[in-house]
Design a protein around this ligand. Sequence first.
Ligand code: ZN
Length: 394
Amino acid sequence: MSLLITNIGELVTNAPRDAVSVAVPGPFEAMANAAIVVDGGLVAWTGPAAAAPAADEMVDAAGRAVLPGFVDSHAHLVFAGERGAEFAARMAGLPYSAGGIRSTVAATRAAGDDVLRSNLSRLAGEMLAQGTTTFECKSGYGLTVADEARSVALAGEFTDEVTYLGAHVVPPEFDGRATAYVDLVCGEMLAACAPWTKWVDVFCERGAFGPDEARAVLAAGAAAGLQPRIHANQLGPGPGVQVAVEAGAAAADHCTFLSDADVDALAASGRTVATLLPGVEFSTRSPYPDARRLLAAGVTVAIASDCNPGSCFTSSMAFCIALAVREMRMTTAEAVWAATAGGTRALRRTDVGHLGIGARADLVMLNGPSHAYLAYRPGVPLIAGVWRSGRRAA
Ligand SMILES: [Zn+2]
């Protein structure tokens, strides 16, 4: 069954207008008064509504905007419990530190698989309803061999983009024995998780893991066939970005505190995306990353949610786009590109995040005539429809 969506006020494609077939996302591109045809789950045609071919089924967008589905390249969804009280305390003046992760670790270890699965299912559904059609999901709240292995296995029930984050924090039973824990992460725990996992990640930060430990974790992951990504430079200046570039990581995530050398290294790498997670700065009342500095240097920027129960419990990419525009001074086009094609680059994918011919037909229709509404009308339910692989999903 082919599907024609016509009378689209603005169709954001992230693909060159005259391309016959596009294998990768291009720069931000949009056309007015457009239509799109989907066939076999893929984009088959885009162009002016007046020139649209017929299809088996037709949807009238009535002037609404249509965008590629959001690609959320950073989320922690395998956990139990919640930390609303910690958030309230933080808003009352207590600082955020990496140590709060331990309370979620305790709740996650105590939870049955059914509890973790239903929580994950609820959050994945919440994301889809808000237009996120591809998401990455990390382990990292189990921190034992068995609990990390079940975390990645459960994540794999909901997404192909599964990340092993055994190196999230040192769990309490390894207090004072961080080296022994890193050995476990690089050894038995990695072996148990690798079959379910595409990515290896490490929280390289004061209070979590240092640069040598991060290098060891990424190298062990690479030796097991996993691709590297990293949590870097979130809470203060540090070596994380340099470690990411050295390791050829797909992405360095957070990038809140960067030196000139860090920005230069990201720009020169040509392959390590800077993923900004402005929901975290919002939720921890911290300074936002300097997106303009990264963009000016030619760094590829992605925006993701970092949805997790501690530092940022939003799953809304629209909210993150609004923050990127309002607080980080990205243009609406830059922010939407970063939340779609940018996320695709950060996941080293080519099939999503754009609507070039042959791309997966993951679409979001907005209750508004342009992509700018995502920032112009923050906090408003803007999603009129979601299609994944050409099928209506929400
Ligand atoms: Zn994170």
